[in-house]
Every structure is written in structure tokens, then in C-alpha cells.
Design a protein around this ligand. Structure first.
Ligand code: KG4
Ligand code: ZN
Length: 366
């Protein structure tokens, strides 16, 4: 079990804020996470602790997350992680104003562990329990510790292992989906490319493909950039994934041309070029179609990608938009973003958390 702890950057905020003190829990996939966050009335957050027990080593040999293994590991790890998060924050459970939990979307067995744990804690403490949409929380991660808050309306881009979507964000608490992938998510495509190349690349493959891509030639192979339909904002990555498979293993069939395998570096660089171009092309279209946008919010594991970060910075500069990328420690799944967004939801609606009848749901509400 790998446990990571908060950085001094986050601890530096400790004394400054008053407001909600929230414990967040995150168990939607393969990270068991707990965090304590203190927010001011505007929703800006100080992250007092951000503790994550990664399960990557449990799933690596299967090259993907095994739901049954994930749920069992969450059940074993949740309470130790909560204890550690509270201790590192320098608070007690009795100090908390609320408990927040990512209740959707995700693996149902994994979500249920977090939801049951959060409800039990909230009941024992006599505090509200606030359900939080994990996708919405990813979008909030880039602005929760930054000052000042971005101006709205905003466009939100989620790029994760399970989602690739664009949202029109009316406010930090309210958003409407305007685009999604019609097949694979971009993070899934990264993980598949790593699986196609094989060892020594493992799971999750995104960071390793990104590292190889930085050493390769992105113009070596021309991969397809999916447009889906004229004017469409939707994404598609399954064709790109198949093109990578054929470039690496050769086209199947007796009449296939003689195959010459590229280097892994060039394959990754060319794949990354096409994958990132698909994102920035659609986001560019969305910006054109939505006049009056003030900022760009980005979240999800793939927001850690080097080329995507550089290209989004260029796109935002070209359009004079305030770009909010999460710091690296808030790109991947974490509970600080869950607690931070819960505070925004309470500020928008003080009755949030009063109905403890919510459940775990595999799909996003957004
Ligand atoms: O948001 P996240 O932690 O989990 C989900 O909600 O899905 O995203 C995980 C995904 C994985 O597919 C992982 O390979 C990808 O994010 N990822 C990256 C990078 N870092 C993580 N993909 C490309 N480049 C990266 N640097
Ligand atoms: Zn996520």
C-alpha cells in the first residue's frame, strides 16, 4: 500500500481561513483517499491533508482495475486513511462541520464502500453527509486553492480514465454537458497504448506513454484525428487506438504489407500528438460556439499530460481565457477535490447534505 501525504504548500494555508471544515472521501475507482479541507465563504480552500492509498500494485498484473479487488481494498483501507487524514490535518473528528463523499460516477462496489463509510461517520458525529459528483469535483480541483476564483461562465474539460467531456459551467456549482466521447475515454486510450506496447510499460500507462512521447518524433506517424461529424463537439478515440495497434503489430491478414515497427518513443509521440490535437480542436470549436466564456477549467488524470498542458495554455492565451489547470497532485483521483466542491455546494444551497438517503450511482449526474 502506497500512502502519500500533504505538501507544505497546502499546510501553509492552515492558519489563514475560517469557514467549513470538511472531511472528503473518495473511493470511486482504485484510489482510497481522504482529505480535510477548510474553506472560506467564497469556496476557496486550504487543503489541510490529502491522503491517498493507491491500489495500482494490486491491479497491475491485470492491466486494468478489477472491481472486486478494488472494493475489498477500499474496505480494508478506508478507516486507516481517514484516521491519517484527520491526524495530519491537526484536527479531530469532532471539529468537522460535514463529511463529503464521491457517490458517482464509478465502480458501484467501490463507491458503496465510500458512501457507507461516509454515512456511518456522519451519523456517529451528528454531521451532514454531502454527496459529490466525482466529475464535477475534477473540474473544481484547478481552482480550489488558486486565488482569485475564475470568472464564469466557463468551459470545463474533463479528461480522465473513464470520461472525456466538455461542460458549459454557469457557476462553480452548476454546469451542463455539451460534449462527450462516443466510445473510449482519452485516459483509457493512453492505458491501451501502454498495454499494446507491453512490458516494461505497466498500468496505468498514461504517465509512461507521456514520458516516452517526450523523447520521440510526433511527426513520424500520421494518426487519424477523429472529427466525428461536421461541427460536432464529441470525441472518439477507438479508431486512434486501433491505428496504434496496427502500427505496432502490423495490419492482420495474408495480403498485409511488410511491417516495420516504429520505436516506442515515436509511436507514443505520434499518438500523443493526435490525441491532444483531437481535444484542442474540439475545445477550440466549443470556444467559438460559446461567446462570452471567461475561463477554461480542466480536470481529470490526463490533465497531468505534458503536451495537453502546453497546448491548452496556447489555446487559452490565443483566446484570452483564464486557464485553470490542477496542480499535479490534484490531477489524479483525490479526496481534497471532493471536500472542496462540497463546500461550494453548501454555499450554493445550505440544505445540501440534509438528506442522507442518497446512494452510490455508477453514472455521472452531469
Ligand atoms: O482522473 P483519474 O485519476 O481517474 C479517473 O477518474 O478515471 O484518471 C486516470 C487516468 C488514467 O487513464 C491514466 O493513465 C491517465 O489518467 N493519466 C495520464 C497521465 N497521468 C495520468 N494520461 C496521459 N498523460 C499523463 N501524464
Ligand atoms: Zn477521476
Amino acid at each position: 500500500m502506497t500512502i502519500t501525504s500533504p505538501t507544505s504548500r497546502e499546510n501553509a494555508h492552515r492558519a489563514a481561513n475560517t469557514g467549513h471544515l470538511i472531511l472528503g472521501l473518495e473511493t470511486s475507482c482504485d484510489e482510497t483517499a481522504a482529505a480535510v479541507v477548510r474553506t472560506d465563504p467564497s469556496g476557496r480552500a486550504a487543503i489541510l491533508s490529502n491522503t491517498i492509498a493507491s491500489q495500482h500494485e494490486l491491479h497491475a498484473e491485470y492491466r486494468g482495475v478489477v472491481p472486486e479487488i478494488a472494493s475489498r481494498a477500499h474496505a480494508e483501507r478506508l478507516l486507516p486513511i481517514v484516521r491519517q487524514a484527520v491526524k495530519e490535518a491537526g484536527v479531530t473528528l469532532a471539529d468537522l462541520d460535514a463529511v463529503a463523499v464521491g457517490n458517482r460516477p464509478g465502480l458501484i462496489g467501490s463507491l458503496l464502500v465510500g458512501v457507507a463509510g461516509a454515512k456511518g461517520l456522519a451519523l456517529a458525529l451528528g454531521k451532514p453527509c454531502i454527496p459529490v459528483d466525482h466529475i464535477h469535483a475534477h473540474l473544481y480541483a484547478g481552482c480550489m486553492t488558486a486565488s482569485p476564483m475564475p470568472l464564469f461562465p466557463s468551459l470545463g474539460l474533463v479528461v480522465s480514465g473513464g470520461h472525456t467531456s466538455i461542460y458549459l459551467m454557469h457557476s462553480p456549482a452548476r454546469m451542463t454537458r455539451i460534449a462527450a466521447t462516443i466510445d473510449d475515454a482519452i485516459g483509457e486510450a493512453y492505458d491501451k497504448v501502454a498495454a499494446i506496447i507491453g512490458p516494461p510499460l505497466g498500468f496505468p500507462g498514461g504517465p509512461q506513454v507521456d514520458a516516452l512521447a517526450q523523447k520521440g518524433d510526433p511527426s513520424r506517424i500520421t494518426f487519424p484525428i477523429s472529427r466525428v461529424a461536421p461541427g460536432s463537439l464529441d470525441f472518439s478515440f477507438s479508431g486512434l487506438k486501433t491505428a496504434v495497434l496496427y502500427k505496432w503489430n502490423g495490419v492482420p491478414g495474408p495480403k498485409a504489407p511488410k511491417h516495420e515497427r516504429p520505436t516506442a518513443e515515436d509511436l507514443c509521440a505520434s499518438f500523443q500528438h493526435a490525441a491532444v490535437a483531437a481535444i484542442t480542436m474540439k475545445l477550440g470549436r466549443a470556444i467559438e460556439q460559446h461567446a462570452g466564456i471567461r475561463s477554461l477549467l480542466v480536470g481529470g488524470g490526463v490533465s497531468a499530460n505534458s503536451r495537453l498542458r502546453a497546448e491548452l495554455t496556447r489555446l487559452a492565451n490565443d483566446n484570452t481565457l483564464d486557464l485553470r489547470l490542477p496542480p499535479m497532485d490534484l490531477c489524479m483521483d483525490n479526496a481534497a477535490m471532493i471536500a472542496g466542491l462540497a463546500a461550494v455546494l453548501i454555499n450554493a444551497d445550505p440544505t445540501a447534505g440534509s438528506d442522507s438517503g442518497f446512494s452510490a450511482v455508477p453514472t455521472t449526474s452531469q
